[in-house]
Design a protein around this ligand. Structure first.
Ligand code: FEO
Ligand code: CA
Ligand code: CA
Ligand code: CA
Length: 507
């Protein structure tokens, strides 16, 4: 119906021009509608949709591409639009903190499409629910109950949920990224945040959990695949300037028939960091770290157990030869050849203002390989037409769908003026079907976001007739709640912009 998976590949549209309009712009023949926005009631119990929607993941109900659960990350709150500013001493009230924690985390919403490509939120759903900064989480893996975790086996809540991924056993992984501000405001232990968390959208009785074996840093995402010998591999970026790219490989093998019991695989294994100069995945074990810090008393005191290595993974990785990179954001595994695409969004410390997309080629195209090579697949800038690549997703023709995250303060000025508002681009990664060789690596703009927003979390339904996409922080630069710079989604009677999730369909 909509052509995403027609024989003309992902290029079955006429690219749009950059736009500075306060709306989502899509190509001719396509349309969008808002599925859910901040504060919409999502279930019979009266729970409401969180703020600043990010990663989305569609889970079909009975295999349907017209009825499913949609997981949506909620990354951060806002003084101006959610709970007001702190007092003169910089302190938030208990009520403000409760709201700050509630609007972050994730929403599980029930969504239904009609045959004409219209999508609706089931607002009286009995299966929709919230997971938030107030939800108790179990802790798994080597850091569970450790001294560096203050002995914790359960912790309060998840927040700062940026991107994520889907497991092979139909649960969602959500990545805790910039957790510091909320920890500080709410007086929470910082070592309890910065993890990959797992949730089963279908089962409220599945204990939501934080997997410490995957390390603690400013997690952007978690892209899961299988090694040639059947172990689970998870690729992850640490979205910080001069930070590393990671891979976790499970100790045990994936057993398809075991279903959700495979969650155990994320509790034991080896975390590796990429040394891009040597093309090596360096294991982050207590042994490798202790060998690297021998004779340095302060570091020897810090890294005494594997839990210490995992809790301070971002520092340990640099000690053992991990390569600092330009803010590794989303990572995706190509469905075509298992090469790994990494959005390096930018790094003003090194004059990389437009960012690039890096491609790792694992030796033998095996996700379990401990050696790899790499290339810069596409570079941001005026020629390519995009800047600051962030979330990525593939369609089944190996076209890479890339959203951009030019910061609100840089938008529409200086070297960023050509790009106008943040957008969504399609970049073919392989000449396949009707994609010509010269189109590979070229970016074609498919959508443009409202003023001072970024679009996040692109996710296709299985039949690729609908693309879900989040619109995050429209009007973020507003100084005055009564006079916001954006009013998206322009709902009747509304007085403020609302982050939300849209469904894009076409004819
Ligand atoms: Fe939350 Fe790295 O973007
Ligand atoms: Ca991001
Ligand atoms: Ca992604
Ligand atoms: Ca970003």
């Amino acid at each position: 119906l909509f052509g995403f998976n027609k024989k003309v590949s992902g290029l079955n549209f006429k690219p749009i021009e950059p736009s500075d309009v306060d709306d989502v712009i899509v190509p001719k023949g396509y349309k969008y509608e808002v599925v859910a926005a901040y504060e919409d009631v999502i279930n019979k119990a009266g729970d409401t949709f969180g703020f600043n929607s990010d990663f989305t993941q569609y889970f079909p109900i009975n295999g349907s591409s017209n009825h499913g659960l949609l997981w949506v990350n909620h990354e951060y709150s806002s003084d101006i639009f959610v709970h007001g500013a702190p007092d003169a001493n910089g302190k938030y009230s208990a009520k403000q903190i409760e709201k700050m924690l509630y609007v972050q985390g994730g929403s599980i919403i029930e969504v239904k499409g009609d045959k004409k490509g219209g999508w609706k939120l089931v607002s009286d759903s009995t299966i929709a629910r919230r997971v938030s900064g107030l939800t108790p989480f179990d802790v798994t893996g080597p850091a569970r109950g450790s001294k560096t975790m203050a002995g914790a086996t359960t912790v309060q809540g998840t927040f700062a949920n940026c991107s994520g991924g889907k497991t092979l056993w139909n649960t969602v992984l959500s990545a805790e990224e910039n957790y510091e501000d909320t920890c500080e405001a709410a007086g929470l232990n910082e070592n309890h945040y910065g993890w990959i968390v797992e949730i089963d959208p279908f089962d409220p009785n599945f204990k939501v959990r934080k997997h410490t074996a995957l390390g603690r840093f400013h997690h952007e995402n978690a892209a899961m695949g299988l090694t040639k010998d059947g172990h689970v591999a998870v690729y992850m970026g640490d979205d910080v300037k001069d930070a590393c790219v990671y891979k976790f490989v499970s100790k045990d093998k994936y057993v398809e028939s075991a279903g959700r019991a495979n969650s155990k695989l994320l509790e034991e294994g080896t975390l590796y960091v990429a040394n891009m100069k040597k093309g090596q995945w360096v294991p982050m074990t207590l042994e490798t770290v202790q060998a690297a810090i021998k004779g340095k008393a302060d570091l020897e005191a810090k890294y005494q157990t594997q839990a210490d290595v995992l809790v301070y993974a971002d520092e340990a990785s640099l000690l053992i030869g991990g390569t600092p990179t330009d803010r590794p954001e989303d990572v995706e595994i190509s469905p075509f050849d298992k090469t790994i695409f990494i959005a390096h969004t930018n790094n003003d410390k090194h004059g990389n203002f437009h960012g690039h997309i890096t491609r790792f080629i694992e030796d033998n195209n095996d996700l379990g390989s401990l050696t790899f090579d790499f290339e810069i697949f596409a570079a941001g800038g005026k020629q390519s037409g995009f800047s600051a690549p962030d979330n990525l997703t593939f369609d089944s023709n190996a076209n890479l769908w890339t959203v951009t995250d030019i910061s609100s303060s840089s938008l529409n000025k200086g070297i960023h003026k050509h790009f106008k508002n943040n957008g969504l681009f399609v970049i073919p990664t392989v000449a396949y079907k009707n994609v010509r060789e010269e189109e590979v690596g070229e970016a074609y703009q498919f959508a443009s976001g409202p003023i001072e927003s970024e679009m996040t979390g692109p996710c296709f339904t299985p039949d690729e007739t609908t693309l879900f996409l989040a619109v995050q922080h429209p009007g973020e630069g507003s100084k005055d709640a009564k006079n916001p710079t954006s009013m998206w989604p322009h709902r009747k009677g509304d007085t403020m912009p609302r982050p939300g999730v849209i469904a894009i369909t076409g004819f």
